[in-house]
Unconditional design. Structure first.
Length: 512
């Protein structure tokens, strides 16, 4: 009896010590998870929070923290499961509804998300509403949700999403205003640094962009996004070796991340490693958007690997969606030539070859197609243009103009393009001039140049959008601006830039 009593006491003490150890371990995991969240190591935080909950049982505080991590990671299924566990604990109210709404949105159910939000007027609810409307392609409703959310109060994630939307709509000034507000709420936080870098990169201020991204990479060393952002900025600045270095570092952190894969494809395309491009994207072929960078790269790889008919089919679909994309046009012409259709190739490449700054590949293709059609005088014309000093000078001036505009030396860039434009009408030169004039604040001149470009190619959706965009930015002719932005959006309803521009400037008034 005495031995039995001692045994029970020993077992009870062992169990108590074990439970005490579990509690301490769970506490350590929660503390570590909070540190991981602060460093944007979300996958690790998710593991630690899940383990802590398994050890100590569900608590509303930890479940809310886990849900926030899951939502930030885009794990809609996990967040929905966590919301159900919160409800079992007796949780109710708008916070739970917001978790469920965002989880539904991440699971591809934007209508359900809007229903779950009901009449919730908190800024956090307006953020999810805006995202749901964007998922439903209702950009006007999304803009309204962003505005109403900001009027309801300050929320860093709402401001982040709105800034990202404005960057996509090419309204960098308004995006900067949101970033300044984020800085006040969370000085030098992850989102503020990443958005600051993105805006700087869009403006060609690559030193400032790398400064912001490098600071983010230092503070959040396990997050691949700062490295990917630096890679993109290096790519824009034609520093391909440095871009490849950043992609390799990001791949070491997140090898399966779609953004990492997209940049790996971009690097392989630049190296003309077509087998690498095809091998990387082959499993995604059925899901590739033909006008996406990956879609175009895949078609290009097929073309150079000898799958010419398949490449032509993919490029034809891309061309129907984006006839103003010079890369798509040139590749399609090449595919048409490769499939023994020089007449189609000649018609396709002609607008590129006609440009004052036509590059050697399009001129060589035009010459080859003309000879195949026995148009010797035309072939000789393209050959003469390819070898002419005037074209060489125009290309040199265009390069200097682009370099100047990247440094925001507007007058130098504009002067260079005006010199080229003096040689004759060219829609591409007028397009570049219009953008440069618009960014330098010369709205009336920008409108005139955009309209000259559109007059040369009236059906080009990019030029229609440009004419509306420069008017909207200048605050001129608002009715005409709206009409043109709507026309461009209707011409290519799936183009996100057109949709965002229409939503940004399509209504009365302008946001600050």
């Amino acid at each position: 009896m005495c031995d039995s009593g001692r045994m029970k006491k020993t077992l009870a003490l062992a169990l108590l010590m074990g439970l005490s150890g579990c509690g301490a371990d769970a506490t350590d995991k929660v503390a570590r998870a909070r540190e991981e969240i602060a460093r944007m190591e979300l996958a690790a935080a998710k593991v630690d929070l899940s383990a802590a909950l398994a050890e100590q049982g569900d608590s509303a505080e930890l479940l809310r923290l886990l849900a926030a991590v899951q939502l930030r990671m885009g794990d809609g299924d996990g967040a929905a499961s966590t919301a159900a566990r919160l409800e079992k604990l007796g949780e109710r109210g708008p916070e739970l509804a917001r978790i469920r709404a965002e989880a539904a949105l991440l699971r591809g159910r934007p209508d359900e998300a809007l229903t779950l939000l009901g009449k919730d007027g908190a800024p956090q609810a307006w953020r999810v509403r805006a995202a749901a409307h964007l998922a439903l392609d209702d950009t006007a409703a999304a803009v309204d949700a962003f505005r109403r959310g900001e009027a309801a109060g300050k929320d860093a994630m709402l401001l982040r999403d709105h800034a990202q939307f404005l960057i996509g709509a090419e309204d960098l000034t308004a995006a900067e205003q949101r970033v300044a507000q984020i800085q006040k709420l969370a000085p030098d936080g992850y989102d503020a640094l990443m958005l600051t870098g993105e805006i700087a990169a869009r403006r060609g201020r690559f030193d400032a962009a790398h400064s912001a991204f490098a600071k983010a990479a230092e503070r959040f060393p396990r997050a691949p996004e700062p490295l990917l952002a630096r890679a993109s900025a290096f790519e824009r600045a034609e520093q391909k070796d440095k871009a490849a270095e950043m992609v390799a570092k990001a791949a070491a952190l997140a090898p399966e991340d779609p953004r990492v894969i997209a940049l790996q494809v971009q690097m392989a395309t630049a190296r003309q490693d077509w087998q690498k491009v095809r091998d990387t994207l082959a499993s995604e072929e059925a899901k590739l958007d033909p006008v996406s960078d990956n879609g175009i790269a895949y078609a290009q790889a097929l073309l150079f690997l000898g799958q010419r008919e398949q490449a032509r089919s993919m490029l034809q679909r891309a061309f129907l969606r984006a006839p103003g994309n010079p890369r798509v046009r040139l590749l399609l012409a090449g595919a048409q030539m490769a499939t023994d259709d020089p007449r189609a190739a000649y018609a396709t490449v002609m607008p590129l070859a006609d440009s004052l700054i036509a590059d050697t590949p399009e001129l060589e293709l035009a010459e080859t197609a003309a000879r195949a059609l026995e148009l010797e005088s035309e072939a000789e014309r393209w050959e003469a243009k390819r070898l002419s000093s005037q074209r060489a000078q125009a290309l040199e001036l265009a390069g200097k103009a682009e370099d100047a505009l990247l440094r925001e030396q507007w007058d130098i860039g504009i002067a260079a393009y005006r010199t080229i434009a003096a040689q004759g009408d060219d829609a591409e030169i007028y397009r570049r001039l219009a953008l440069a004039l618009s960014r330098s604040g010369k709205g009336d001149e920008a409108i005139a140049m955009a309209d000259k470009a559109r007059a040369l190619v009236p059906a080009d959706a990019d030029l229609i959008h440009l004419s509306g965009y420069v008017r909207a930015v200048a605050g001129k002719e608002p009715d005409t601006a709206r009409r043109l932005l709507l026309e461009a959006s209707q011409a290519d309803p799936r183009n996100p830039v057109y949709r965002k521009s229409l939503a940004r400037w399509g209504g009365q008034g302008s946001e600050g």
